[in-house]
Design a protein around this ligand. Structure first.
Ligand code: FAD
Length: 265
């Protein structure tokens, strides 16, 4: 199955297998580094679960897990939660019917040419791009939550998740510096989509040629012209982005209409 995934993977598609593998890694590996969640970490985790429950473009069995997790967190009066209790819920120890999240990683669009390349960090970018797009196309999704009418809801949640939990501490430092400077300029949900796209390209530019780069997947300014010819233009002989086209492209690429279920469990 692994070889098949490599061979038939289509760069113009977003794969549910990457998003679900990322979610599995977050909930069963990255969080497992924390014995107990409290204070800022607990708040960040609760906010993240709220965002996921409202915006993750998932299949019903994953959405039911997120809903159950969200309801459980809201009902918990504790200011400390042991990670093991979260894991029991993720593993559906209570055997609630209709809940399931894959328990291994199956990278497709995020598969590296070597096992230490790509994978989880790639899926985290894809996850957050998807969440900014979902927020923009479903502006009422966060009604009746603490994030109602907040155009920075997804970006601030991502910022806090990266700061509190992302295993790559160097990355977290860079991302915090970048976010701190500019995220307050984001005033609409569409601007949030474009902000994350722009910042991801800044990171791509910085990491081009770095040891973490997969030689089979060189860091490029994305989307390339084969994916979106209309996104690219020229001004005064210089390359320029057509941001209206980029926004439309991102809404298609990361929109839930087009997520491929191929290779998903
Ligand atoms: P990734 O950059 O992970 O991108 C994943 C996919 O997203 C691409 O394959 C493409 O389909 C799509 N994509 C690419 N660019 C864009 C864009 N602009 N907008 C929308 N979609 C896009 N690594 C370091 O070595 N140092 C760091 O400081 C560092 N900081 C990071 C900060 C964050 C917040 C994250 C999530 C990761 C960071 N990483 C860092 C990891 C690095 O950015 C890559 O994720 C990793 O090298 C894997 O690269 P990749 O080739 O899979 O592409």
């Amino acid at each position: 199955q692994e070889d098949a995934a490599m061979k038939e993977f289509d760069r113009s598609k977003l794969y549910m297998a990457d998003l679900e593998s990322g979610l599995h890694y977050i909930l069963r590996a990255e969080l497992a580094n924390h014995h107990t969640l409290e204070g800022e970490k607990l708040k960040t985790f609760k906010d993240f679960v709220t965002i996921l429950y409202k915006l993750f473009p998932g299949r019903p069995r994953v959405m039911k897990l997120l809903e159950t997790l969200q309801e459980w967190l809201v009902s918990m009066p504790l200011d400390k939660i042991p990670y093991d209790a979260i894991l029991d819920l993720v593993n559906n120890k209570m055997r609630i019917s209709g809940i399931f999240l894959t328990n291994h990683t199956q990278w497709v669009g995020c598969r590296g040419s070597k096992s230490h390349l790509r994978g989880y960090p790639c899926s985290l970018w894809k996850l957050f791009h998807s969440l900014t797009v979902q927020a923009a196309v479903k502006p009422d999704a966060l009604a009746n939550t603490a994030f109602e009418a907040d155009p920075q809801a997804v970006l601030q949640t991502m910022r806090h998740y990266i700061r509190e939990f992302f295993g790559c501490r160097e990355c977290a430092k860079h991302f915090e510096a970048m976010t701190k400077e500019t995220v307050d300029s984001v005033k609409t949900l569409d601007q949030a989509v474009l902000w994350l796209w722009r910042k991801h390209n800044v990171v791509n530019n910085r990491l081009s040629g770095a040891p973490s780069e997969d030689p089979k997947f060189p860091k490029v300014q994305w989307p390339t012209s084969d994916l979106c010819p209309a996104c690219h233009g020229q001004m005064g002989g210089m390359h320029s982005w057509n941001e209206d086209e980029v926004l439309a492209f991102l809404k298609r690429y990361y929109g839930n209409q087009e997520i491929s279920l191929e290779f998903a469990d």
